[in-house]
Design a protein around this ligand. Structure first.
Ligand SMILES: [Zn+2]
Length: 737
């Protein structure tokens, strides 16, 4: 996973930061609201730090202050907006009005682009128009009955009615959008003036608190809650069974964003029990849970589901339960790394949807044991969609069958263990390139999925993927999921979904034609690298997520080094320096997912380890050794620390403990003893941990260097006729002070 840029939203644009205001009694307002005519615009009203916040999905959180007349003011949006909450007859506000001075826009017909779907519409109105300066597109289609369908990129389509010869209007309560077409040329209008007026009405999602629930990832700033330990802790209700197989069968309707389905969970009992916990966020409804075709009873606590059996299940026995459920899964919010569905559009205006749930957890859209320690041995993912849409999930496509006249069902099978957060849907107008990666006697099937207008870039990136795989055989060993083949694709957000790896959008911004191949090549290294580092060898608690990100990021560096040389790789390391204001390892048992420094500091730590090992074939052997020993298994920080200690026969535990469990990096203290015959350099490591041991290289005048081994106590070496200020640390090789 890689943090990405923010996307756009329907009606609000943020700037600057705001003055904080004290929080009045806001309980009635808290909840999730959707624009009454567009599911694409969702606001969560939340409280925190004694303030009321409006969390705009995709854009982040801003405070709201109390104004006059019972209205609230959102200063940070441009232009300033006011909110008026209405109808609290049930103890909670059921809606609010959003008033904001509306901007006028002029859209300009997009220049013809031979890579996009040709404009064959006979209507003078239809076509793709852009906002100059941003290239943000609006797609206009003419319907048979004379209405227009407009789709602004990333939003919900609106139907406009004719209002005069060249004008169309969309009206919803007080809200009015008017499109006036002008500049007719060769039978096509070239410009649209857009005027908007009136207020927007936002409606509370559902009738109770659970319906509007939005799951965010926990962080140390807001503290951990019962929700976090229910997900993050392995209690007897979860350790009493081991999942063997998930059989997930879903129907998704993108226009209503509703999902319904069944997950069959096959498990082995590891301790007698009559009650078990599974996980599903509380805004998703469960309609039945069955065992041996009999209904089971269940209760829910926050996002945990406790299932009761009529008799104890015996240790060692195998069972299947099925959970039927439905709901509107939450949208992903990239601004807060909250997982869910990304409902996007491609440059032709077609649906482009991706599910990303790392950190937040798969239980935002399907019921499972949502803990990293328990991966199923295999998994089936069946998805039924409207006929025009194509879905790519993990593993291999086994079957694709029409369902009636209007739907299509795709059946995917993963024949290896898989982290629940790696399970994904990628829905779009995908095209496929196929190829093979040959390593000795092994042949790996490759697929690269791309959107039709990116064929040329797809060819380039597939070639980069093959180069990466060839080199990575040496760095990480053979591809871990060979039976399933390797699928890489462009999708809105870069994420290492197992066997369905997304390198992000080929275009950035995603509605533009701009492409940065070097950045995407880095993404290939990073996200595909996670197949080894994260997907095959996986941590069993998010607290140890550094292991996934440090290795994937260092693979980027090694790839860079292989093609561009060591100096370029070092430069890349320096281009993104860690802040060292917190430790890399998070809190255990609370699903603590934080990314911050784990990329850069993690990569620097591994780079330093490589310098300590001081022999590349030994270092790469270490990497391949970890893969060989722990492939398709879960590990924790200790597993790796112990393995490296055994492999290198060096006392490296304090080294890892300093980098992982403390914010500060090792600092070398040096002083000169000039009283002796010739200069004697005294040195020791200053660290938070004790018994620290680490070699380091000193750079001396005249291009000389000196390798020393330091501990927490003073060591000395005869250094000859050199002043202290002439001695430098080799910081290109060792991340120390
Ligand atoms: Zn990553």
């Amino acid at each position: 996973m890689k943090p990405a840029a923010l996307l756009i939203s329907f009606c609000v644009y943020f700037n600057a930061s705001a003055q904080m205001q004290r929080r009045p009694a806001f309980d009635k307002a808290i909840g999730s609201y959707e624009l009454n005519f567009s599911k694409a615009t969702r606001f969560n009203i939340v409280d925190g730090d004694s303030l009321l916040y409006i969390h705009v999905i995709g854009q982040g959180k801003v405070p709201v202050r109390e104004g006059t007349d019972g209205r609230y003011v959102v200063d940070i949006v441009q232009p300033q907006a006011t909110i008026e909450f209405l109808d609290d007859s049930n103890g909670k506000y059921s809606k609010f009005l959003w008033r904001q001075e509306q901007r006028d826009f002029t859209w300009t017909r997009a220049a013809a682009d031979s890579t996009l779907q040709p404009d064959t519409a006979s209507s003078p109105f239809a076509g793709k128009y852009e906002l100059p300066g941003s290239a943000l597109p609006i797609f206009i289609k003419q319907n048979a009955e004379g209405t227009l369908r407009s789709l602004v990129f990333g939003e919900t389509p609106l139907i406009f009615k004719k209002h005069g010869d060249t004008a169309f209007e969309y009206r919803n309560r007080d809200f009015l959008v008017r499109l006036s077409f002008h500049d007719l040329k060769d039978g096509k209008y070239q410009k649209i003036d857009q005027k908007r007026s009136g207020f927007l009405e936002f409606v509370r999602l559902g009738t109770n608190d659970d319906d509007g629930y939005f799951k965010t990832i926990p962080n140390t700033k807001t503290g951990f809650s019962r929700t976090d330990s229910l997900q993050g802790m392995l209690t007897p209700l979860r350790t009493c069974y081991d999942v063997n197989y998930y059989n997930l069968d879903l129907t998704l309707n993108p226009s209503t964003r509703q999902l319904s389905g069944t997950n069959k969970i096959h498990f082995r009992v590891t301790e007698d029990f009559s009650r078990m916990q599974i996980d599903l966020v509380r805004n998703m409804k469960i309609t039945a849970i069955k065992w041996k075709n009999r209904p089971l009873s269940w209760t829910r606590e926050l996002n945990a589901v406790y299932i009761n059996f009529p008799q104890p299940l015996k240790n060692g026995s195998l069972h299947e339960i099925s959970i039927e459920y439905n709901g509107q899964p939450q949208p992903a919010d990239l601004s807060t790394l909250s997982g869910g569905f990304l409902w996007m559009h491609d440059r032709n205006g077609n649906d482009w949807i991706e599910v990303v749930t790392q950190g937040t957890g798969a239980s935002v859209w399907w019921p499972c044991k949502d803990h990293l320690s328990d991966e199923p041995d295999s998994m089936q993912i069946n998805v039924t969609l409207p006929k025009a849409l194509k879905n790519i999930s993990n593993g291999r496509l086994r079957k694709q069958t029409p369902v009636g006249d209007t739907a299509i069902r795709s059946e995917w099978f993963v024949s290896y263990p898989i982290n629940t957060y790696n399970v994904t849907l990628n829905i779009g107008d995908y095209q496929r390139l196929s190829d093979k990666h040959i390593n000795g006697k092994d042949t790996l099937d490759l697929s690269f999925y791309y959107l039709p207008y990116n064929r040329r870039h797809a060819d380039t990136l597939l070639a980069e993927l093959k180069k990466m795989l060839k080199l990575n055989d040496r760095f990480s060993g053979p591809y871990p999921f060979k039976r399933d083949g390797l699928t890489v694709m462009e999708a809105p957000y870069p994420m290492e979904h197992q066997g369905a790896v997304s390198i992000g959008s080929i275009n950035e911004p995603i509605f533009s034609s701009v492409t940065n191949i070097p950045a995407l090549t880095t993404m290939v290294w990073h996200e595909v690298g996670h197949e080894w580092w994260g997907n095959s060898v996986s941590v069993s608690d998010n607290a140890d997520i550094w292991f996934h990100e440090a290795f994937a990021t260092y693979l980027e560096i090694m790839g860079h080094e292989a093609f561009k040389g060591r100096q370029a790789a070092i430069k890349k390391l320096y281009s993104d320096m860690p802040s060292n204001n917190e430790k890399m390892v998070g809190e255990y048992d609370v699903n603590h997912f934080k990314l911050n420094s784990v990329y850069t500091k993690g990569a620097w730590m591994l780079h330093t380890l490589r310098s300590i090992v001081d022999n590349d074939s030994s270092f790469f052997g270490l990497l391949r050794g970890i893969q060989q020993e722990y492939g398709l298994k879960t590990i924790n920080s200790d597993t790796i620390i112990n393995y490296v200690g055994r492999y290198t026969s060096k006392p490296l535990r304090p080294f890892f403990e300093q980098y992982l469990y403390h914010a500060a990096i090792p600092k070398l203290e040096m002083k000169m003893d000039t009283s002796a015959n010739g200069n004697v350099l005294l040195y020791r490591w200053k660290t938070d941990v004790t018994n620290f041991w680490m070699p380091v290289r000193l750079l001396l005048p005249g291009n000389r260097s000196l390798d020393i081994v330091g501990t927490n106590t003073w060591n000395k070496t005869n250094i000859g006729n050199i002043r202290l200020d002439e001695i430098k640390l080799d910081k290109d090789s060792f991340y120390v002070e």
